[in-house]
Every structure is written in C-alpha cells, then in structure tokens.
Design a protein around this ligand. Structure first.
Ligand code: URA
Ligand code: SF4
Length: 192
C-alpha cells in the first residue's frame, strides 16, 4: 500500500509533493490520529506531524498520558497541501487509502483532528457533521460490518497556533481524552 501511495497520481497534488506522507505507527495500534494533510516539514521528511503543529501534538499526547509510539498517525490527504486546504476532489481521491489503513489497523479509537478529518470520518459511518465548536471532545460510537470503534473529533493543533485562545481548550480536551481512554478500558499496557 505504501508503494501505491508513493506512485499515486490520482489528484494534482502529486505534482507538488516531495515525499508522500503515508503515516506511521504500530500496525496493531488501538488508537489512530487522523489529521488533514502534510505541511512543508512533513513533505520534506515524509513523516506526519513533525512541524510546529506536530510539536504541539506531542505536548497534547503527553497531557493525555499517551505515548506517540503506541499510536498510528496519518492524514486524510497524503501529499503536501500548499495552502493547507484540501478540495473535495482531493479528499475523494485520497480517502480510499485512509479507509484501507483503518481496515488493516482495526483501531478501537480514532481521534479526528480538525473539520475535514472529523466530517469525513463521521460521514463514513453515516453520522452528520457539525461545527468543531459543537463536536470537539464528544465520543461517537460507530460500527460497520468490519469495524467497531469510537471517534472523537478534536480541534486541529494548528488552529491553536493561529488562534492562541484555543490552546487552553485543546489542553483541557486532551486531558479529558486521557480519562475517556481509561474509562473505555483502552488503557492497557499497549496504549499508555
Ligand atoms: N497538519 C496535518 O494535518 N497533518 C500533518 O501531518 C501535519 C500538519
Ligand atoms: Fe494520490 Fe492522495 Fe497524493 Fe492525491 S494526495 S496524488 S490521491 S496520494
């Protein structure tokens, strides 16, 4: 699958990417984090969340008592987003890869960072998407023939870099996330 993404030219983003960002983490992770798409640093390194937003995400994981190495981290779109925005067509072209990753990993929990990831994932299970203001930190229990998991939408860490007023809210949400993970019984030796 990684090879498929490296060779993918399904949307025009292939033209401006340096390295596709497939995702990283243990294939048996119980938890996935799904962002929007690679920024400049991610594009250069070929790894998700290694720039400024990534540093803040690392801090948030610590707030929740989580270890980054136990979580599978990827994005809705795998190639560099020059304007930090993805079109509907780009999302449509790229999400079959995310769908396949979810089927393989079989997570018990997906934390969806920002509107695009949250709306895609809720929509995939037939749920209606609302503004992040309304849905951040909420737990959605979803299932399909092959999957059974919880989805928790969160503000994107980059939104707090643009709007420092959101920073405290994000820290609070992630502390609460740590409590939710423990109450869902996901806090065994493999998650934390
Ligand atoms: N923002 C994202 O949504 N994903 C990354 O990998 C980095 C920044
Ligand atoms: Fe393919 Fe996704 Fe890259 Fe578009 S963004 S070229 S669909 S891997």
């Amino acid at each position: 699958m990684r090879k498929d993404v490296e060779n993918c030219r399904k949307c025009i983003l292939w033209r401006t990417r340096n390295r596709p960002v497939f995702g990283e983490g243990p294939v048996d992770a119980k938890m996935m984090i799904v962002g929007l798409g690679p920024g400049r640093q991610e594009d250069l390194q070929g790894r998700p969340f290694v720039g400024a937003a990534g540093r803040f995400l690392d801090q948030l994981l610590t707030e929740a008592g989580l270890s980054r190495s136990r979580v599978y981290i990827t994005n809705v779109v795998k190639c560099f987003l020059p304007d930090n925005r993805a079109t509907e067509d780009q999302v449509k072209s790229c999400t079959p890869y995310l769908d396949q990753q979810i089927e393989i990993i079989q997570p018990k929990l997906i934390v969806a960072l920002g509107n695009v990831a949250a709306c895609y994932l809720l929509g995939k299970f037939g749920l209606r998407c609302e503004s992040m203001e309304k849905i951040h930190g909420k737990v959605y229990e979803v299932s399909s023939l092959t999957l059974s998991l919880h989805i928790i939408p969160m503000y994107h860490p980059a939104s707090a870099l643009r709007n420092p007023g959101l920073r405290g809210r994000l820290v609070e949400d992630w502390r609460e996330l740590g409590r939710i993970i423990r109450s869902l019984g996901l806090a065994g030796s493999t998650l934390i």
